[in-house]
Design a protein around this ligand. Structure first.
Ligand code: PAF
Length: 301
């Protein structure tokens, strides 16, 4: 335990049902150094908690490809542009650890630091240049979001020093930005993108789904249904035609409000007017279900 100005910080490592939980970067780093001297491969799954089957699929893949897997659980304040969204983000550590324990009893290390431990008194992001990827889509609607993501991921990578790190394609723009971060900062880690996990009804799994009202839960699969129809239309119609069609679908929906629908080049993330046979395209969507913002995407070709 140490006293950081007027903040009391308790450092701990404890075992919960076999899963080792660290809140201190020093103890975690030391454990990882020890594992690495024994030539153990470290996988890393960064999360903000409220774990669901999508996260567990990332953890399972990481367990299959590494000797140990670090799962961070940290609701990162600098990537939220709305205080209300940050305050309401679900925090379910005990349940999260129980879910992780069902994946492995002895190969998972959980890192669950406090905000003070990560940021001290200055809760601020570093400013990054991701070659313009940060200005598209989410970057236009969530001020400072990717600086916040870049800051926390760079910091977590420096503590965990993973061989492989796993990110879901639901946040496809985030995945591309993290690949760019690794390239620009010359970080020694493989970034592995993993396919989107969906509920049976097609809704992309997300920690935010927990907060949907029963009515919005019934309506939310409309987002994926519309993406699938947009993909079908994309084979014969122009991007403008598909975009107008999607916008009209949402105009007729009283429960879901479209923030954006964009067809973009998978690499540059720039929106596309004219299709080229040699490029890969994806449709990206952000929708409000009351005050809950849901995103999704689909590969088009
Ligand atoms: O995708 C998330 O949950 C977060 O953006 C991440 C990558 C854990 C960074 O806080």
């Amino acid at each position: 335990m140490f006293i950081n100005s007027n903040i009391l910080v308790l450092h701990y490592v404890f075992l919960f049902q076999g899963v080792k939980i660290f809140n201190s970067k020093t103890e975690l780093s030391q454990t990882i150094v020890n594992l690495k001297t024994k030539k153990q491969k470290i996988g890393f799954v960064p999360t903000m908690g409220a774990l669901h089957q999508g996260h567990l699929a990332l953890v399972s893949k990481a367990l299959a490809q590494n000797n140990y897997v670090v799962v961070s659980i940290f609701v990162n304040p600098t990537q939220f542009d709305k205080k209300n969204d940050l305050d309401k983000y679900p925090r379910t550590l005990q349940n999260d650890v129980a879910l992780l324990q069902s994946c492995s009893k002895d190969k998972i290390l959980v890192f669950a630091p406090t905000v003070d431990m990560i940021y001290g008194k200055k809760i601020e992001s570093q400013s990054f240049n991701f070659d313009g990827l940060e200005h598209e889509m989410e970057g236009k609607f969530r001020d400072g979001h990717f600086n916040g993501v870049g800051t926390i991921i760079k910091y977590l990578f420096s503590i965990v020093t993973p061989d492989n790190a796993y990110f879901g394609e639901k946040d496809f723009q985030q995945l591309q930005i993290i690949k760019k971060l690794v390239e620009k900062e010359k970080l020694n880690v493989n970034i592995i993108g993993c396919e989107i996990h969906r509920e049976k009804n097609g809704l992309a799994m997300s920690s935010r789904n927990q907060r949907l009202t029963p009515q919005h839960k019934i309506e939310a699969p409309f987002i994926y249904k519309t993406l699938v129809s947009a993909k079908e239309r994309f084979t014969t119609k122009s991007t403008t035609n598909v975009t107008n069609w999607v916008e009209n679908q949402f105009k007729n929906n009283d429960l879901l409000e479209l923030e954006y629908f964009i067809i973009a080049d998978e690499n540059s993330l720039k929106s596309v007017k004219r299709k080229s046979k040699h490029k890969k395209y994806r449709a990206f969507i952000a929708v409000f279900a009351k005050d809950i913002r849901l995103i999704d995407n689909i590969a088009l070709n």
